[in-house]
Design a protein. Structure first.
Length: 141
């Protein structure tokens, strides 16, 4: 009888951890599905490069924007005018805007979804909005 209470508490903690893990997995999977189904205007000439140190976006005119991972402060999804939704990554010393459909965007999304506290629900909401907006998906805590 002495072991029943600690065993029940241990079981409850394991169940809670499993629930939280599955909930995060479900949210990430749902966000990927929304991104895959959303209409993407090809971002011809834009490409994203990801390294362990930074992320950079090369524009069609050759301009390169970059932000270091350890400097990254916010991640937003934004739409202005008639243009496509863009990932806006802002740091203290730099930043970059990556249009949806850019070459390498899938790898960027995978890396962003790995950030602690990344809000997949905000991604789903932002990609389904037709109006001009800026939606915060992550902020350095």
């Amino acid at each position: 009888m002495i072991f029943v209470l600690p065993l029940a508490i241990a079981f409850a903690l394991v169940a809670l951890a499993l629930f939280l893990y599955l909930d995060r997995w479900r949210a990430r999977r749902a966000a990927r599905g929304v991104l895959a189904r959303a209409a993407v205007v090809p971002a011809n000439g834009y490409s994203v490069a990801i390294t362990d140190k930074d992320v950079s976006c090369t524009r069609p005119d050759g301009t390169v924007e970059r932000v270091a991972w350890d400097d990254l402060q916010t991640v937003e999804l934004a739409r202005t005018g008639e243009g496509p939704v863009q990932w806006v990554l802002t740091g203290s010393f730099g930043g970059c805007a990556v249009p949806r459909g850019a070459t390498g965007e899938a790898a960027l999304v995978d890396r962003l979804q790995g950030l602690a506290g990344f809000d997949n629900g905000a991604v789903i909401a932002a990609t389904s909005r037709p109006d001009d907006h800026r939606t915060l998906c992550w902020r350095r805590g």
